[in-house]
Ligand binder design. Structure first.
Ligand code: ADP
Ligand code: MG
Length: 665
């Protein structure tokens, strides 16, 4: 019995319309999703010439009987939904019934399929939308669809395809991320004779990440898992427009449900310059969503600088009625029904995972991971990646300088079809280690380090595996001195540490101020004489909005004329001659905010500004006991790895890095 039917015009009209075949990767996406919907356990993708010449997807899913195989190429023919009500609760990746006819109309397509219950399979050939042959054949159960010569009959579109390597990287990114989402399945991607990905089933997502990207990437990621119970799910039942007379007993009990979140987020020291390494799956579907992006930005606020992005792989599972996928023809955009609840849930879960880890940036990773985002310590002039470990030596003759290291040349980007989803080829991998290919067997260190000859000097210093050192070890640091009265050098068994004294103190004060604010016990200092400060009209407007909050942080100020205020007291630690500058800074930062202010933003903004002005400055000599005090205070903070503006506080040069630089390992 066939399962596919053509949707009525009425239902078809309710489906988000639009073209889905933009480029080879979009064909791959539609066909992959069909294989997943067909319950496949094994998916093999073969491409040639970046998919321009051939895209073939072979699965071991439910296959199609002969009639279905014919019907599948009709527009709006699908086995996945029947009526308009089904559209509010879509459980499959596909539902539009348009992919196969669209693909068949712009290529030479060959379908081979057999349902396990049938003896014989069906082969169908179509070119440019015209049916050429339908034959019976002995075939294994499952489906193979080969798409050749994409856009052969639309030269204008063929011309717009990118270079083979670009199209291939889009496909590789797509297949890799679907493989990450389904660790229980067997995945393969072959480009001509080159096996780009072979991933047999593994037990869970972290094993899959290890399998595909390697140990180093896995170490940079923090796992998270959380659940949010919902009081009610979906639309009210029955929907308002169907209700005749709302009688007491007709009002159905709200149905409860859960949102589950799990996945991985990168440690704060892994900083990407764009959002291309953020992957979000909702009920198994790869999506792009501003709400989720915003929640992530909020989670990383005050931990990474606002201009950099983390690496994220998140899986959200929720009742199908909670998410509308009928928004965009290629189904990459969705609408959540309880969006603000979901936003806060994601923000809080990610934040909790980050706080739990309290990781320290490794010195070398820091340099590799932040090509231009924020200044990091590096010698002047280019250093080859292999030399990065020798920084200390190279830096000795180059004048000590703070500037942004060069962007590594090989972070080629992998983009998804027109969706704008892309990753850097080396996603979370510190850039110095790997070459441009990161898929499957290609994942080999690009700069193979040649083992030095052993000459009796290569006794290895015993060091425990120190991929991620917890902040507990900060408490054991012994300060040695300062570099240029600005950076504290310290050691412990975990290596050599450099602490930026200003941002370290800033972090300490920031957390202290927030705590005092919560307890409503600000430390303030009275000014000898009220300070009269002039404000611009917009500063004045912001002042009116946040003056209560300022007061709760120790600033007693009141309007004194239309454009001036009189400040009587300030937060502790602020010198009188800095008060004016600091107040302007606080007011200006909220003036520039595009979005509406929320209390948390105001509080953290004020605390960060006070902390910055009250903190120990650079170029300030510190006594030994002052350095010890600062490190001890820093060790007590919740988030000692970065300053409130997201800059790193501490860099660590691990024993392993030191050994590597001295060619002992
Ligand atoms: P949709 O996925 O939106 O239903 P498609 O045009 O992608 O529309 O596919 C049409 C129908 O063909 C599907 O509903 C499904 O029944 C069938 N089909 C497509 N690909 C496969 C496959 N790999 N295995 C089994 N059935 C498939
Ligand atoms: Mg489909």
């Amino acid at each position: 019995m066939g399962r596919i039917h053509v949707l009525s015009e009425n239902v078809a009209n309710k489906i988000a319309a639009g073209e889905v075949v933009e480029r080879p990767a979009s064909v791959v996406k539609e066909l992959l999703e069909n294989s997943l919907d067909a319950g496949a356990r094994r998916i093999r993708v073969n491409v040639e010439a970046g998919g321009k010449k051939l895209i073939q997807i072979i699965d071991d899913g439910c296959g199609m009987v002969r009639d279905d195989a014919m019907l599948a190429f009709e527009r709006h023919a699908t086995s996945k939904i029947r009526n308009a009500d089904d559209l509010v609760s879509i459980a499959t990746l596909g539902f539009r019934g348009e992919a196969l006819p669209s693909i068949a109309s712009v290529s030479r397509l060959r379908l081979e399929t057999r349902a396990p219950e049938d003896d014989a399979g069906t082969v169908i050939e179509i070119a440019g939308g015209k049916l050429l042959t339908v034959e019976e054949a002995g075939l294994p159960p499952g489906t193979s669809i080969a798409v050749r010569d994409l856009f052969f009959n639309i030269p204008a579109r063929r011309k717009f395809l990118k270079a083979e390597s670009t199209e291939l990287s889009h496909i590789a990114s797509l297949v890799t991320h679907y493989a990450l989402a389904h660790p229980e399945m067997h995945w393969e991607l072959h480009s001509a004779t080159n096996a780009m990905l072979i991933a047999p089933p593994v037990a869970d997502h972290s094993q899959r990440i290890y399998q595909v990207f390697g140990r180093e990437t896995l170490d940079q990621l923090l796992p998270l898992s959380a659940m949010l119970p919902l009081e009610r799910i979906g639309l009210p039942q029955p929907p308002p427009w169907r209700r005749s007379q709302p009688e007491e007993d007709e009002v159905a009990e709200p149905v409860k449900g859960d949102i589950k979140l799990h996945g991985f987020v990168s440690r704060p020291e892994i900083q990407k310059l764009n959002r291309n390494s953020i992957f979000i799956f909702v009920n198994g579907r790869l999506i792009r969503d501003r709400l989720v992006q915003h929640a992530l930005t909020e989670a990383y606020r005050n931990i990474v600088p606002p201009t950099v992005y983390p690496v994220v792989l998140l899986f959200l599972e929720m009742p199908f009625t909670e998410v509308d996928v009928n928004v965009h023809p290629s189904k990459v955009e969705v609408r959540f029904r309880q969006s603000s609840l979901l936003h806060d849930f994601i923000r809080d879960s990610v934040r909790a995972a980050l706080m739990k880890a309290r990781p320290v940036p490794a010195f070398v990773t820091e340099m590799r991971a932040q090509p231009t985002a924020s200044p990091s310590l590096s010698p002047r002039g280019g250093v080859s990646a292999a030399e990065v470990g020798e920084l200390g030596v190279t830096a000795a003759d180059a004048a000590f300088a703070l500037h942004a290291p060069e962007t590594p040349s090989f972070t080629s980007r992998l983009q998804f079809e027109g969706s704008g989803i892309a990753i850097e080829a080396n996603a979370a991998i510190p850039v110095a280690r790997f070459g441009p290919q990161t898929f499957g067997g290609a994942l080999q260190p690009a700069l193979a380090e040649v083992a030095p000859p052993t000459n009796g000097c290569s006794v290895t210093v015993t060091a425990e595996e120190d991929a991620a050192v917890g902040l507990e070890s900060l408490a054991t640091l012994k300060p040695l001195g300062q570099i240029r009265d600005s950076f504290i050098l310290a050691v412990n068994p975990q290596g050599l540490w450099i602490i930026d004294q200003h941002v370290a103190h800033e972090r300490v004060l920031f957390e202290k101020i927030l705590k005092q604010r919560l307890a409503a016990t600000p430390e303030k200092q009275q000014l000898l004489m009220p300070l009269i400060i002039e404000l611009t009209p917009s500063q004045m407007a912001v002042f009116a909005e946040i003056s209560d909050e300022l007061q709760l942080n120790g600033f007693e100020a009141e309007p004194f004329g239309t454009r001036t205020i009189a400040v009587k007291s300030t937060a502790a630690g602020i010198k009188a001659d800095e008060v004016e500058h600091m107040l302007h800074e606080i007011l200006d930062q909220f003036e520039r905010e595009e979005q509406s202010l929320n209390l948390e933003k105001i509080r953290t903004g004020i605390a960060a500004t006070i902390a910055c002005h009250a903190a120990i400055k650079v170029n300030m000599p510190l006594e030994q006991n002052k350095m010890e005090w600062l490190l001890a205070e820093l060790a007590k903070t919740d988030c000692p790895m970065s300053c409130p503006h997201g800059r790193p506080v501490v860099l660590r040069y691990s024993v392993k890095d030191i050994q590597r630089a001295f060619k002992r390992i």
